[in-house]
Design a protein around this ligand. Structure first.
Ligand SMILES: Cc1ncc(COP(=O)(O)O)c(C=O)c1O
Length: 398
């Protein structure tokens, strides 16, 4: 007899075929994975973190191993407020919420700002994780072509709950949003009251130039000692130290921090005290500044290596721009008929995995591009992966 069981919620039916293919790819031996957004594992400061972990557990077992305040350890909130205060931007503890990775920030923002069907303006293409986080709330997505000549945020942000961007080296395209465009978004948000979600995991990964001011900085009022603007800034240790710490922070007006903390209580009660203590110690002893030059050197050379291999093998099939930071190259097919969902199947048969553009399209339709990661694999593997991708593309076109 068939077992009776209550069904899953309706939104679960919206998952896609590509996710199924990725699950399959993980099981194929010798697969070169250019699809993920993974850091190079050897840059994790393992021995430093092990020393710090031992030290903080021994010194402060109660705070490290017990529950923490929902908003995060006051000492860590103060340290983040100090680290990010700059020029006009003056932050206090009330501006900071410690979270379990930036992914939780996205989830919490969805919880506090989205009723069923609410409108969100999203940088197009959009980070898949953000789309996943908000899917259960059935939002209406308004795609924003931020780099277009006629970018007009006023008409796009109208009646939206928030606008979502990854201004530093977007996931998936690796593109950088200009200062003028950031300012335009801030001004429009001030006019219409829409919140601005600034998701910034790649903000430290500038390889060729100095950083552009964040929208958080651009929206700060020099007369306030506590930030009161419309930006909800999301930071994380995932690309700077290690994603396994699951440590991130939100910087926003106290009103927003309180709302997010209320949502966080029903989500995980608090972020790991051990990760918070490790982060505090890492900030205090300058661990990030110490390891960053090595990370930048490795990633920059891999970006150059990947682009050289693409130049050698993919020029007949794709166009792309060399990114000035981040982790990804976005390659667009020259042939408008090339379907990158189908290319993924051919690529997997040739032993290489890339991410097709359809998963980043708010409408799920754009099938002309692929996202290629350059941080996770050594140079030889990157070249080998691109050779395999070229063969797969050639075969698909035959
Ligand atoms: C744009 C963007 N936002 C958020 C995240 C999630 O970061 P975390 O590891 O801090 O949860 C990622 C991860 O790759 C990302 O690319």
């Amino acid at each position: 007899m068939e077992k009776k069981r209550a069904p899953f919620a309706k939104w679960m039916g919206n998952s896609n075929e590509i996710t199924r293919l990725f699950l399959k790819a993980g099981q194929i031996p010798d697969m070169i994975n250019l699809a993920g957004g993974l850091p190079e594992a050897s840059v994790y400061p393992a021995s430093e973190l092990a020393d710090i972990a031992k030290q903080v557990i021994n010194k402060n077992p109660e705070e490290t191993l017990g529950y923490c305040p929902i908003e995060g350890l006051p000492t860590l909130r103060d340290a983040i407020a100090k680290k990010f205060s700059k020029g006009n931007l003056k932050l206090s503890r009330e501006n900071i919420l410690i979270v379990t990775g930036a992914m939780q920030s996205l989830d919490l923002v969805g919880k506090v700002l989205l009723d069923d069907g609410a409108r969100i303006a999203v940088q197009d293409p959009t980070y898949l994780g953000a789309l996943d986080a908000w899917r259960p709330r059935h939002p209406t997505l308004v795609p924003m072509n931020i780099h277009g000549h006629n970018f007009n945020p006023a008409s796009l942000l109208e009646n939206t709950q928030f606008a979502y961007t990854v201004p530093n080296f977007s996931n998936p395209t690796g593109s950088l949003v200009s200062k003028e465009c950031r300012q335009q978004l801030v001004d429009t948000s001030n006019d219409c009251g829409t919140w601005l979600v600034e998701d910034d995991p790649y903000g430290v990964l500038y390889y060729d130039s100095d950083p552009i001011p964040s929208m958080l900085e651009l929206s700060a009022d020099e007369n306030n000692d506590c930030y009161e603007g419309n930006v909800i800034y999301m930071g994380t240790l995932s690309k700077e130290i290690a994603p396994g710490l699951r440590l991130g922070w939100v910087i926003a007006a106290p009103e927003m921090i309180n709302a997010l903390a209320t949502a966080k209580q029903g989500s995980d009660l608090c972020t790991s005290g051990l990760s918070q203590q490790i982060t505090l110690e890492a900030i205090n002893n300058g661990l990030m500044e110490k390891i960053l030059p090595n990370i930048l050197a490795i990633y920059k050379s891999r970006r150059d290596g990947l682009c050289a291999a693409m130049e050698a093998y993919l020029t007949p099939y794709f166009t792309w721009e060399k990114p000035v930071g981040g982790m990804f190259v976005w390659a667009i097919a020259k042939d408008p008929k090339l379907n990158t969902d189908i290319l993924l199947e051919y690529a997997l048969d040739h032993g290489v995995c890339v991410t097709p553009s359809s998963v980043f399209d708010p409408n799920g339709e754009y099938r002309k591009a692929i996202r290629i990661n350059f941080t996770h694999n050594p140079l030889e593997t990157l070249e080998q992966g691109i050779k395999r991708l070229a063969k797969a593309t050639e075969q698909l076109k035959l």
